[in-house]
Design a protein around this ligand. Structure first.
Ligand SMILES: [Zn+2]
Ligand SMILES: [Zn+2]
Length: 244
């Protein structure tokens, strides 16, 4: 079980190629790519069950964490309050790939949970990599099947080497390969379970899967199979106007 009192330092990434590293004794390192997820993760490690109230400065939790880590972290990396109050929590799942962190309850009264028994999973950097393992042959088959377009919105997809710093609306163009049924819900890394999405649509999908309460993913969810369904099971929303 981790305690933030034991943290040696939080630094700019040295071992990994970007982001931040939380260093625990014995050189055990938790890797984060986004600055605002630092606060979310520290809150969850300390308090186990958190809510958006913890991030808007409504209680003393953020201040408490800053005090404990004084001298071990650049003070500005933890804000006094966060305007976009669920992101430091929800991005631990959607951006950082920590599937042991989950949300319970509906918008407005949502709790974010990281059980102490799951602390060890935070040290696994593969959480980020698992989702991107697809062979080049499979990439080509999937892209051809979709005529090179995002399977949701229909944008023509480009790989990063075909984009520049000035590419317009990059997030709508940037090519990603998604597991239709997410890996942590039993989805396989096989050709039938892949679809190509733009970065934007893929991120929107992860946000929905994050709050999804359905026990099982099936092709009756538009996010798994936009070819056969226009309804998102998690919310019941019809998204036919946003599909190609
Ligand atoms: Zn898209
Ligand atoms: Zn699903």
């Amino acid at each position: 079980m981790l305690q933030i009192e034991d943290i040696i330092e939080i630094r700019k990434a040295e071992i990994y190629d970007r982001g931040y590293e939380i260093v625990f004794p014995n050189n055990k390192i938790i890797w984060l790519t986004k600055r605002r997820t630092i606060a979310g993760l520290l809150l969850l490690i300390k308090y186990e069950i958190c809510s958006e109230e913890d991030l808007v400065g409504a209680n003393g939790r953020l201040r408490e964490i800053k005090n404990i880590l004084k001298g071990k972290i650049n003070d500005s990396w933890i804000q006094d309050r966060y305007g976009d109050a669920n992101k430091p929590f929800s991005e631990l799942w959607t951006e950082e790939g920590f599937s042991s962190i989950h949300a319970e309850g509906l918008q407005g009264n949502r709790k974010y949970v990281l059980y102490k028994k799951d602390h060890d999973t935070l040290f696994n950097p593969n959480a980020k990599a698992v989702r991107t393992q697809i062979s080049n042959t499979d990439r080509i088959i999937v892209l051809n099947r979709q005529n090179g377009r995002c399977n949701f919105c229909g944008s023509i997809l480009k790989s990063s080497k075909n984009m520049s710093a000035h590419t317009f609306a990059k997030d709508r163009v940037s090519m990603e390969f998604d597991h239709r049924i997410p890996v942590d819900r039993g989805g396989k890394s096989c050709i039938d379970n892949y679809q190509a999405l733009c970065h934007y649509c893929n991120k929107c999908k992860r946000q929905m899967c994050f709050i999804c309460k359905e026990g099982q993913c099936t092709s009756s969810c538009a996010l798994v199979s936009p070819e056969t369904s226009k309804i998102i099971l998690a919310t019941g929303e019809d998204i036919s106007d946003r599909l190609k």
